[in-house]
Every structure is written in C-alpha cells, then in structure tokens.
Design a protein around this ligand. Sequence first.
Ligand code: ZN
Length: 431
Amino acid sequence: MIHNTIKHLPKVHRLTLLGVCALLVIILLSPTDDAKASKLANAVVLEPGVAYELPMPAFHNASSSDAQAFEPDDYITHKVARGDTLAKILSKHGQSARVTYNITQAGDDAKRLRKIKTGDNLYLQINEAGQLTSLQYPLNNTQTLVIKQSDEGFLSKIDTKQVETSLAFAQGTIDSSFWNAGIEAGLTDNKIMQLAGIFGWDIDFAQEIREGDSFNMAYEAHYVDGEFVGYGDIVAAEFINQGDVFTAIQYTDGNYYTPDGRSMRKSFLRAPVSFTHVSSNFNPRRFHPVQKRIKPHRGVDYVAPVGTPVMAAGDGKVVRAAYDRFNGHHVFIQHGERYQTKYLHFKSRAVKVGEWVKQGQVIGYLGSTGMVTGAHLHYEFLVNGVHRNPRTVELPEARPIDKAEKDKFMLIADQQVALLNNNKRIMLAMN
Ligand SMILES: [Zn+2]
C-alpha cells in the first residue's frame, strides 16, 4: 500500500507539509489519547511526500531524462533507435519528405528535432486520413517541444510544466555499513553520497562509522502533473556518530549550516578518501599494514583498493612530492602557517611540488609503494609541526552565516529541526 503511495503522490507544497507536521507535533505531544494519536500518525503517513523508510523507486539520477513523466493520449510512441533521423521516423509512419521538411520549418523551436537522441521518445498524432497533425518531443522532465498543424501550416512551441516540490523523509540505523543503511532507508546512490558529503568535514565516513550510528533527513522530491520526476536537495539532516549529534540545515544560498549558523564546511575534510572505497568500516585496527615499524606510527591508515583516488584534505600548497624507499610515492601539503598533511605509499602522484591544490582535489592514487606489506594510504595531520589525530583534532571552520541573514536563517533552522524531530516521533509511533 505504502509502496504505491510514493509514485502517486498528489501535488503538495512544502508549506502545507510543514503545516501538517506542525499539527502532528501538537497531536503527538498531547498525552490524552494515545490510540487516537497513533491512528492520526498513520493517517499522516499516507499524506503526500511523507515516504517513511520505504523502498523508493530506483530513480538513480534525479535529473535523468529517462524518467518519462510525459505520455500523451492518442499519440503513437516512437522510441528513437540508433541511426534514426526525423525523416526516417516520419517516413516509417507514412509521412512524405514534404511533411518532414514542413516540420523542420515550423519555427526556431523545431530545430531541436535536428538533435534527437537515441532512446528518446517522439509522439506522433496521425488522423484517419493518415496525415500528421501533431508531434511532441519531450526535451526533459518539464519541457516538451510541441508541433501542431494549423491553418498556416506547422507551428512549434515549447510547453513548460510546473514542477511541484514536496519533502520526503528517510531515517536509518547502521548495522552493517552506512551504505547498506542508506539503501535500506530507500535512498538513491546520489542521496547517500550527498548525505556523506554534508557531514564529510565532521565525520570520517571511511573509518569512524559504528554500529548504532544513525541518520535522519528531509529532502526534496519533485513532481510534474503528480508524477514523481526526481529528487532534489537534502534540506535538513542529522547524523549521530558514536554518540555525537551533527545537524545540518540548508540555507537559501544552497550551503549547509549548523542550527546555530556555523558553516558545515571546514578547512579540512575528515578523511582524504571516499568511504565507498574503504574496505573495513568497523574494524580499522584489524589491519596492521606495517609489521616492522621503522618509527612510531603517527598517522591513520586507510585500507582500500590500489588506485583509489586520494584527495587533498584542504586547500594548500604541495611542499613535497617525491619517492623514497620508506614512504614510497608521497605528497606533503602545507595549509597556511600552522597545518600540514602527509600522504604516503601512493601508486602514483597526481601533483607536483609548488602546485596549489584545492580541498577534494585528487593528489595521488592509493598504492603499496615504500615500506609496507599491503596497499593502504598512510595519512598524517600536523599542527605546528606536531602530529595530531586527524579524526579528533579541532579543525578551523569556514565563515558562519552572514550576520544580516542570521535571523532569517534561524527561523528556517528552527522549522527544519522541528521537522526532523517530527520525523523521529512518527517513526517511533509507527514501531
Ligand atoms: Zn600507516
């Protein structure tokens, strides 16, 4: 029952949903009638956009045009095959070269037909006399090229549909891996990566995720004519990592901030490799790549396949990019006066000494060069020349929310935090 709800959600605006949730808070907080409250909670679950922890349809790419929201009635559908041209297609449906020519002369918009793509659909309306009366070509989820026969010949225009946005919710608790928990919560690959990206400055998703960690998020779902066409941004999210609660709220500038207006973005990423590559999420100490240590081990090791891209943890200047028999291919980056990061045992380096690098830029590929027994990245974080644990060191933050925007932001943040908390209560009520 609920499976189908998501696909046939009627249009709803976020404000309506906020209203519903605000109402729900009042209902759920009212202790007088538990049975009534849970009944209402269930009723609300069937409301638009509230897609609780359910396997969502696998629209992996929100912007992909293969989600065909558009299928007009009384039209013949022609799926564009490799090598198809407009002339070939129309001829197949009994139209003369003259008709093809007239269609291409139907105005500027008709030029879009020169670039029809394999796999796209063309819709043809042909009357009883066999004459083409209309042609429609969806350009994406919201725009359709429409060509119609009129008294003055064929005319073209582009129809644009209104996109309705509502909120979807997802919640998960990690028992095997973050990725699996995301999939179980109905998230697409993109949404899992985006969620990790939002918290990537606070949480080391490669090694510090533990059983019992959890997340709770609200994100946009887009509809055209009541049909789901794709997901939008994550608007609010909470991640609990080893008991620490991190909350991120998206502001109108597209960036994420803590509920009190500090930037989620920081000068350093917690992990210089994507968690999707790291093999052991739960037991980092199981693997000891360096059996005979030449010096005390003062960094963090990330075990991942050879060739895994390694990123600069922060903006900075490459002060060393070299090979030696202990460290193998290695890169050191200086970040301002105080900070330095070191990356060892690369298979190959992707930067040169003196080069300026951006946070997240690939600086090399994980390998097993130097004094190691297995492929891994050895990562060191130094503050004023002293080794610090990159997982726990306090890192400098990016600019907080603008003072002039603070009040407006706080209003949004309060609403979004309430929304996340509602979602939690609803989940509890459902269990
Ligand atoms: Zn190491």
